[in-house]
Design a binder for this molecule. Structure first.
Ligand SMILES: [Zn+2]
Length: 286
């Protein structure tokens, strides 16, 4: 039943970190398939999904997902339901079934998941560490703040302040937890790599080369392949796909900050900014 060769490549990141971009680059590999987020599959039947697949179709009409759902509906067990952020025994077994079904359907050896429930990866690391790769994907916390700020746009200074504090706390906790997972499970076979969003935008080929090597996949030059390729990612910002050139422009983000806001958010996030070697102060060579 269980496909022995299917590996789980888990993108461990916060929202608004560019994980869909990484997922799409990973998906370019002929032996890899990026599935997107399990959170979007919290359904009993494929018809319940109100999100579109990356191919532009409803999942029940998508050539890949339709076959996966058929597999589950046949067995009368629904597809997947995650109620807590973690990965209990039932949820683990169901996740593995979905992943194995995807691996068979797409003839892939590596299935990439990017659910932002940070605890899910622990379920894999604990039970099948030798089949799990954790990509610890980080982005400058100030850029994440800016991204949420655009989305939520609190009208008052106090609102912006509390948003910044909330994100800083979450950023710190999640990343410390991820480092804890690395420490605990790498000696049991979990493979780990840390990638920064900014480096990925600057040098996608080099970063993806490292990712593929960590996954024990053949190297692949992604920049020439990164066009409007078809993907079947569920969830994420697949519809906001941008060509790589314009993504690269986003590295200018932090220089648009007003000086006071910039230094305030920097102070809030200082431990993680230092840990991930982001520039603390404004630099001029942007
Ligand atoms: Zn599709």
């Amino acid at each position: 039943m269980t496909c022995k060769s299917a590996n789980i490549v888990y993108i461990q990141s916060l929202g608004h970190s560019g994980s869909t971009l990484l997922s799409r680059l990973f998906n370019l590999h002929p032996n890899a398939f990026s599935m997107g987020s399990f959170r979007e599959l919290e359904i009993d039947h494929a018809d319940d999904i109100d999100t579109l697949c990356g191919c532009g179709k409803h999942p029940s009409e998508c050539v890949v997902w339709r076959r996966v759902f058929e597999h589950f509906v046949e067995r009368g067990q629904g597809c997947f339901r995650s109620s807590t952020g973690g990965l209990g025994r039932q949820q683990f077994l169901r996740s593995i079934r979905v992943i194995d079904s995807l691996a068979r359907t797409t003839s892939s050896t590596h299935i990439c998941e990017l659910t932002h429930d940070g605890r899910r990866v622990q379920g894999y690391a604990e039970r099948i560490p030798e089949r799990t790769v954790m990509i610890h994907f980080v982005r400058d916390p100030r850029a994440i703040y800016r991204s949420y700020l655009r989305l939520i746009n609190p009208p008052t200074k106090l609102g912006r302040f509390s948003l910044a504090v909330k994100i800083a706390r979450f950023y710190f906790r999640r990343n410390m937890y991820t480092l804890f997972l690395k420490r605990k499970y790498c000696k049991r076979g979990l493979r780990y790599i840390r990638i920064r969003y900014e480096d990925l935008c600057d040098a996608p080929d080099q970063q993806m080369h490292d990712v593929f090597r960590t996954c024990k996949l053949e190297p692949l030059t992604v920049s020439t392949a990164y066009q409007n390729e078809v993907n079947h990612i569920i969830g994420g910002n697949v519809n906001r796909f941008k060509p790589l050139g314009s993504v690269r422009d986003e590295r200018k983000f932090m220089f648009e900050f007003s000086r006071s806001l910039f230094s305030f958010v920097t102070l809030l996030n200082l431990p993680m900014i230092l840990a991930f070697r982001y520039p603390v102060l404004k630099t001029t060579n942007a």
